[in-house]
Design a protein around this ligand. Sequence first.
Ligand code: FEO
Ligand code: CA
Ligand code: CA
Ligand code: CA
Length: 606
Amino acid sequence: AQGSAGNGSRFTFPEVEAGIDERHHVAEGYDADVLLRWGDPLFADSPVFDPTRQTPEAQRRQFGYNNDYVGFIPLDGSSEHGLLVVNHEYTNEHLMFPGIVQVVEEADAKDPAKKVAKLKIADADQNRVDVEMAAHGGTIVEIRKTDGKWQVVRDGAMNRRITADTEMMLTGPAAGSNRLKTSADASGTRVLGTINNCAGGVTPWGTYIMAEENIHGYFTGKLPENHPEAANFKRLGIPEGTYSWGRFHDRFDVAKEPNEANRFGWIVEVDAMDPTSVPRKRTALGRFKHEGADNVVNKDGRVVFYLGDDERFDYVYKFVTKGRYNPDDRAANMNLLDEGTLYVARFADDGVMTWMPMVFGEGPLTAENGFQNQGDVLIETRRAADLLGATPMDRPEDIGPNAENGRVYVMLTNNTRRKDTQVDGANPRANNAFGHIIEIAEEGGDFAATTGRWEVLLKCGDPAVAEVGATFSTETTRNGWFGMPDNCHVDTDGRLWVSTDGNSPKATGRTDGLWAVDTDGPARGTSKLFFRVPVGGEMCGPLLLPDMQTAFVAVQHPADGGEDWDGFGRLSYYEDLSTRWPDFQPDMPTRPSVVAITKQGGGRIA
Ligand code: FEO
Ligand code: CA
Ligand code: CA
Ligand code: CA
């Protein structure tokens, strides 16, 4: 079903005007309805959300914070009834807890006689930390479309909250490694919780995949002198200490429980159909700052997961299962992710790429380099990839395979630290502030291939600013360009949707949003704005359901950031007081929310 705009674009919706204000905006002719807000009840007995009296007990029964990945697992094969699975990536305490941002007067560094007003976040107490831990993780919730509108089924039998405390199992080659053992778990196979779940995936057998991304911020303390994990931790920036969890929970203090950090940074698989199931951390897919895990069933039945490691100069990976997907036997698929091959990508300047297997004993992955077994290779995936000579990329985010044509879209969000001397074909801009998108064509359309070809689909940024060097098509309007591609989704018709992270500062005059990008024919490289977020928000999701009649998007941290002074004499570096999205109630904080987009009167999103 090809749409037809002037230049052969496959998108016909009227474009949204880029801009910045307190609301969300969707293309004319579509409705964008808030479906689930942080704090919304998920169970019959969930307490009403009260921002002034938050408790971990209440938060465990409510929708979590900072919705990121949104997936859908159909029930009865329908696009009108299913399980919505949503990652809760992280918490912004200054936005969550009213009154904790304090104005303090301090002596000016340059002129001590002068006092300057500064904003400080009050120190955390245990309740605040435990609410944060309960607001992390994920949500599985039954939803149903009735008379064209989506509703949460509050007593859905499969509804579930997963948090930073949910019991999980480590499986695959690294499970049971001495490096995964802690004082609470002598087996090295039992772990509590998942954190910083960014993008993710849904498998054809109805499991929910959560990627653990920026795990370093949750660990505090100092590793003992000459600790054997020192190099491993340094490569991941552990401990960074953004959060105060380690003050109340010893396992997040690396001085007390150093191996706990080795139990995070994995891909987690959850059987969404069984609310009592124990989620599995699948170590075969490696340990790094996992962005997402979109996947595709290859022609031969093996399942291929595309994995980005979101850090400047880190790598693009894929995992190919050893076993084959069996559509007639769900149980036979449940441990496919424990056996297979992890590959890391090398992008040569001539447009050829190589997927290099990461197998203990092969090439440099030997005892000589400190690896005793495959578990070690996986615990230190980044170091193994360094040794293999993978191509350092401009922050690999979400990666979207197109099942129909063997192509794969890689979001590279930005890298302002890349110097002129570090520019290469696949990372063609120094000081890459706006990011780019690479299109991979796997050899022979075989997703399990170890070679492929690649080209840059788009260099992002404002085409009107020549120095930026953006490459959107000339059909792309001033609303249609974007920077900082982050999440992506390839819909049932093979069309590419891209959401962004980082367009929000007021100086840019535009917020993050969801863009539709043509990848084929004369319209290739044309982009159009479909939805934009309120000020301070970041755009996540996105997902079009198989029937193409609903798009789900996730708005993270509305009102975050802003200026030091908001123009009305109020300090608002932490919180932009010009929006109270989505409730617009003075006593209600802004709330990250999932939004359902449908066409007015029904029909496909075109
Ligand atoms: Fe959580 Fe790479 O974004
Ligand atoms: Ca992301
Ligand atoms: Ca995705
Ligand atoms: Ca993001």
